[in-house]
Design a protein around this ligand. Structure first.
Ligand SMILES: C[S@@+](CC[C@H](N)C(=O)[O-])C[C@H]1O[C@@H](n2cnc3c(N)ncnc32)[C@H](O)[C@@H]1O
Length: 356
């Protein structure tokens, strides 16, 4: 990215914002959780609110509310109107009401915040050194079904937010291939598998995941009455045995390969290729850092990479499309369609390469 000229005074200000970023973040979380931002939002049509009114309504000390509101004002989250009353700024409005921002705040606070303290150790060791703050598992994925409820909720909210919205469009593409048997690799809670069965009356889905997630996914499938159409296979892609059966018409992986290092991705794709015949299609849905229209989207993905480094597994990231394209080729596959899906996602439809 070309360097933008910036005046020294602004650069120094930016540097201080970074130096104190955790203070602003924790103040925001506290203001949200104590109901202050919401209270100001609810009173925005009443000409704003003063400190005493907020303090009394929410039973917060003048001192406590005062320090929070001061940093919120200098961080451009709240402002004072002509009547000297507090209102939300636009940023304050998004922090209070925007769904994606709320999900990202909770993910940062409940899943990553304490663990990020161990980032340097994670970089130096290639291990998710921050994960010990949540529990003692080799990677976060073994812990998903066991972690504290609010952490688990925040993880799933984050994960689902970035995939739920594209399932509708994905289903049309998937069923354009008229699959009878679909493998959902990293099927997680079974959400996509269930939607496949809702969409098509015949399709059968086999979910591949770690034991804890798989049993949750199969339980969810059973609750929807799909126990005869959705089955599962336990697999650990980090183990020696990564063979999968033949016979799938579609192999589906959504937001899955970013959970692995490049070397591991090559192993996974090679296993898939070995199970495919000339008609099988492998569909890879990802959010690539080099395919984003907006800088802000790229920023979110690059922050998410640090979650992988510190919390998830220590060696994966949100990739550039170019990096994955190279691995797909090395695994003996070729991309037959490269489709942009909504704002953030890309879908690669792959087949076995003619070289094989
Ligand atoms: C980020 S989630 C993606 C979930 C889902 N496909 C979606 O689009 O929302 C990654 C999934 O991969 C699974 N996974 C991670 N590491 C794995 C491993 N070593 N072996 C098997 N599955 C794994 C996780 O349990 C989780 O269900």
């Amino acid at each position: 990215m070309p360097k933008k000229p910036i005046r020294a005074v602004h650069a120094l200000e930016e540097a201080q914002r970074i130096a104190f970023a955790p203070f602003v973040f924790q103040a925001t979380i506290t203001l949200k959780r104590m109901g202050v931002l919401n209270y100001i939002f609810e009173n925005c049509n009443n000409g704003g609110v003063d400190l005493d009114t907020i303090a009394e309504a929410l039973s917060i000390s003048d001192y406590g509310l005062g320090v929070l509101m001061e940093i919120a004002e200098s961080s451009n989250i709240v402002c004072k109107n002509e009547g000297d009353k507090y209102e939300l700024t636009k940023t304050g409005y998004f922090l209070t009401c925007n769904k994606m921002t709320g999900i990202n705040l909770n993910f940062t606070q409940n899943v990553c915040y304490q663990g990020l303290f161990h980032l340097q150790e994670a970089i130096e060791t290639g291990r998710p050194a921050g994960l010990k703050e949540l529990g003692h598992w080799p990677t976060i994925y073994e812990g998903l079904s066991k972690m504290a409820p609010d952490t688990q909720q925040s993880w799933f909210d984050f994960d689902h937010h970035y995939s739920d919205g594209i399932f509708d469009e994905a289903l049309k593409i998937v069923f354009g291939h008229a699959p009878k048997l679909l493998f959902d690799i990293g099927g997680n809670t079974g959400k996509f598998a269930i939607q496949c069965c809702n969409y098509d009356l015949e399709v059968r889905v086999m979910i591949f995941d770690l034991p804890g997630q798989l049993s949750k996914a199969l339980e969810n499938a059973k609750n929807k009455g799909y126990e005869n159409r959705i089955s599962g296979r336990e697999i650990d892609w980090l183990s020696q045995n990564t063979e999968i059966p033949q016979g799938a018409d579609i192999i589906w992986m959504c937001q899955f390969l970013d959970c692995f290092s490049k070397q591991e991705i090559l192993k996974i794709l090679t296993s898939c290729a070995a199970s495919m015949d000339i008609d099988t299609r492998l569909l890879i849905m990802e959010t690539f850092t080099d395919r984003q229209k907006f800088d802000n989207a790229r920023f979110i993905l690059e922050a998410t990479s640090l979650y992988f480094t510190t919390m998830a597994n220590g060696n994966s990231k949100m990739y550039k499309a170019a990096e994955l394209i190279e691995l797909i080729d090395q695994a003996g596959l070729e991309i037959v369609s490269d489709i942009g899906v909504r704002e953030l996602h890309t879908l690669f439809v792959c087949k076995k390469s003619n070289r094989n």
